[in-house]
Design a binder for this molecule. Structure first.
Ligand code: CP
Ligand code: NVA
Length: 309
């Protein structure tokens, strides 16, 4: 999203297909340079504040390493150690941070707080996951699919399990890239109203189903995620209710023979996915994790106005 001169990266559906394609091309170019041992000091002198209100391995490490590889620096903060935890407002925090650093990447549950941070400050804000969406993850996912199988445009995807933040960003991407997306979930874990509205916009290409076998039939890409997202309190009940949606070898065999399996990680082996699928020949989960680094370096460059190498 571009507001006046400030470029935020808040959600996939703030972008057109052409803009996302440019970002993916930039990610590819940046990755090639790294693999060739060439430096890309695009953000020399820039400082990224990384604020984590919740746990993270991939997002934290890949943004930190990515910023350093781009010649910039990072500042690691947690909401708990900031005055945010003592009721300083998000808006005032945004105004103060804008005087010190060049951009903010933040992970926090409340999406409205993310929007408030972006609106009140004068520097770019990047969404590092909220309860509502996880756009950085989907950039890495698309990059990974395309490295293995070519353009993501028009492919058939199955999502199995909880209708969470990662799915919400995939709904955005599926709509933009003209993909068919079958969402298989029990009724009580169906998309919320916001996601339903996004689904309704997608010309019937995104469907919510109850039967995992029907959803997965002949798809190009199978995706799942944890049944217990950050902020969910009912872990045991979820495990019980979502058990029929576990991606195991039998279910995976119903997708196309060359279908890929993705998971944003961390995975809970034996819950949403078996080790056989996670470690099997169709799984690209660790490529996906690696591509968080490359895709986010493109996002970082983009928020500072750099669109190509
Ligand atoms: N996929 C993902 O965002 O992982 P982390 O929670 O470890 O950052
Ligand atoms: N849906 C998960 C993603 C973790 C990266 C969560 O929100 O916890």
């Amino acid at each position: 999203m571009t507001t006046a001169a400030v470029r935020h990266f808040l959600d996939i559906n703030d972008f057109s297909k052409e803009e996302l394609r440019k970002l993916l091309d930039l990610a590819k170019a940046i990755k090639s340079k790294l693999k060739a041992g060439e430096e890309t000091p695009l953000l020399k002198g820039k400082i990224l504040a990384m604020i984590f209100d919740r746990e993270s391995t991939r997002t934290r490490v890949s943004f930190d390493v990515g910023m350093r590889q781009l010649g910039g620096q990072t500042l690691m903060l947690t909401g708990q150690e900031m005055q945010l935890s003592r009721d300083e407002t998000i808006a005032d925090t945004a105004r103060v941070m804008s005087r010190y650093v060049d951009a903010i990447m933040i992970r926090l549950l409340n999406h409205d707080d993310l929007l408030e941070l972006a609106g009140a400050g004068s520097i770019p804000v990047i969404n590092g996951l909220t309860r509502m969406s996880h756009p950085c993850q989907i950039m890495a996912d698309i990059m990974t699919y395309e490295e293995h199988r070519g353009p993501v445009d028009g492919i058939k995807i199955a999502w199995l399990g909880d209708s969470n933040n990662v799915l919400a960003s995939w709904v955005h991407a599926a709509d933009i890239f003209g993909c068919t997306l079958n969402i298989a979930c029990p009724e009580q874990y169906s998309p919320d109203q916001g996601m339903q509205a996004d689904i309704a916009n997608a010309n019937g290409r995104i469907k919510v189903m109850r039967d995992p076998a029907e959803a997965i039939k002949d798809v190009d890409l199978v995706i799942t995620d944890t049944w217990v997202s950050m902020g969910d309190l009912d872990a045991n009940i979820r495990r019980e209710n979502l058990a029929p949606y576990r991606v195991d070898e039998t279910l995976m065999a119903k997708a196309k023979p060359d279908a890929l399996f993705m998971h944003c990680l961390p995975a809970h082996r034996g819950d949403e996915v078996t080790s056989g699928v996670m470690d099997g020949p169709q799984s690209v989960v660790f490529d996906e994790a690696e591509n968080r680094l490359h895709a986010q370096k493109a996002v970082l460059a983009w928020v500072f106005g750099i669109e190509e190498l």
